[in-house]
Design a protein around this ligand. Structure first.
Ligand SMILES: [Zn+2]
Length: 92
């Protein structure tokens, strides 16, 4: 038996926009927690379970000017490209 089989799949960054929500959007088993992203307004588990759809949602969000769903949470020095770099590689 190896503990390496028990990989922690927790994700706290939004797959669409890379914003770190600060709580698991997918838990340690990779199960979506249906957390609404305050940045791009995506809900984890809805439309973000395959990479082509994730890219499509991200492309649409960026194309519309990367609007914040909750603008008051937007950091003053917010950097879109820096945030996009948080996206797990398998969802880029
Ligand atoms: Zn997001």
């Amino acid at each position: 038996m190896s503990t390496e089989d028990e990989e922690d799949k927790t994700e706290t960054a939004c797959r669409i926009c890379g914003y770190d929500v600060g709580e698991p959007v997918f838990n340690e088993y990779g199960v979506p927690q249906y957390v609404i992203c305050p940045c791009c307004y995506n809900e984890s588990g809805i439309g973000d379970d395959n990479v082509s759809q994730v890219r499509e949602l991200r492309g649409y969000w960026v194309a519309t000017g990367a609007p914040w769903h909750e603008p008051k949470l937007r950091p003053a020095n917010w950097d879109l490209l820096e945030q996009l770099a948080n996206i797990p590689p398998q969802w880029c």
